[in-house]
Design a protein around this ligand. Structure first.
Ligand SMILES: C[S@@+](CC[C@H](N)C(=O)[O-])C[C@H]1O[C@@H](n2cnc3c(N)ncnc32)[C@H](O)[C@@H]1O
Length: 322
């Protein structure tokens, strides 16, 4: 998983390297992926030797910090406050989409292809995340009529989808009401069919409407529910959507024998992020209830862990429903 470099330890995340992250050939990338990568400053330096050790230690100490926020039902107010802040800034900037980018992006040292890298620009992680979404949305949502995003936050993925698929109906679910207020504004300003609904993934209810022609998306959202995904999974199975795409930290994709991965796994554990979800899907596949279409470690991470693992599946009952 080590990146090849152009000049010593300096490199640029170009189409070729991005394609390797998603297991594709560079000439298969859609124009929007290529344009997203080209428009961003994606230069970086691979940190080796003592610099790598320094980052390993920093990550280890960071994941042991006493004030680390642990995910769970008690965090609802934090998200409410966070998205409220984005909403106020979005309004003050007359609907400038950049104001909806979550503030937790922007680390200068990231995990990339098995290395710590120092990126030239704080927009690196978000730009590559956006290119990943362009790739996966085109790959898996082309044939659906509607996408439901769980834990949609400020709606940046819904707006990307709206741009790619002009006729797609979009629904964003989140337990933060400020998310629904943002989506209301996005719908008004864009004139697109985007609805926001209040929904708690810990206690899923009828707000989650699925069925024929619906694609489900989660992105850095299931991570927040630790090992309490079973009620939601049951709802997804019962709702028989066409396809489910998850861009999430998948702890089971880390390499057991690697120190670099061990520090990320420790952090994941301390934050009480998603665990057991991928093995549960694999079990459902063995039972013949679902088909896993892709599971992938893209190799992109923020500083502490890799939040951009991908698993895509569909209930077997949904064949041909899209
Ligand atoms: C890390 S943010 C990701 C937001 C968005 N998916 C994105 O990629 O920008 C996690 C989101 O999950 C939402 N969330 C966390 N726990 C939730 C729960 N139990 N039910 C519904 N939403 C939840 C938060 O409010 C927040 O919007």
């Amino acid at each position: 998983m080590t990146a090849t470099v152009n000049d010593g330890t300096l490199a640029v995340l170009d189409g070729q390297r991005f394609a390797a992250m998603v297991g594709a050939r560079a000439n298969a990338l859609p124009a929007a992926c290529v344009e997203t990568l080209a428009a961003a400053n994606l230069g970086y330096e691979i940190l080796l030797g003592s610099e790598r050790e320094e980052q390993l230690l920093r990550a280890l100490h960071g994941s042991e910090a006493g004030d680390l926020r642990v995910s769970g039902p008690h965090r609802a107010d934090d998200w409410e406050r966070g998205w409220n802040e984005n909403l106020r800034e979005f309004e003050a900037a007359d609907g400038e989409p950049l104001m909806l980018v979550p503030k937790y992006n922007g680390h200068r040292v990231l995990r990339l292809a098995g290395d710590y890298v120092r990126v030239d620009h704080p927009g690196f992680e978000y730009a590559v995340y956006t290119a990943l979404r362009h790739w996966y949305f085109r790959r898996y949502f082309t044939d659906v009529q509607r996408v439901v995003e769980l834990g949609c936050g400020t709606g940046t993925s819904l707006m990307l989808l709206a741009g790619i698929f002009p006729r797609l109906h979009l629904c964003g679910l989140d337990w933060a009401e400020s998310s629904q207020r943002i989506l209301q504004q996005l719908a008004q300003r864009s004139g697109r069919a985007i609805t926001g609904k209040h929904f708690d993934m810990f206690a899923p209810n009828d707000a989650l409407e699925l069925g024929r022609g619906t694609g489900v998306l989660t992105s850095a959202a299931l991570e927040q529910i630790g090992d309490r995904y079973e009620p939601l999974l049951e709802r997804l199975l019962a709702g028989n959507p066409a396809i489910c795409v998850h861009i999430e930290p998948l702890r089971e994709l880390y390499d057991e024998g690697s120190l670099f991965d061990d520090v990320a796994r420790r952090y994941h554990h301390r934050r009480n992020y998603l665990r057991g979800f991928l093995p549960r899907l694999q079990q459902l596949e063995r039972e013949g209830r679902i088909e896993i279409l892709e599971q992938r470690r893209t190799g992109l991470g923020s500083f502490f862990h890799e939040g951009y693992g991908v698993v895509v599946w569909r209930p077997l009952g949904s064949r041909g429903n899209a």
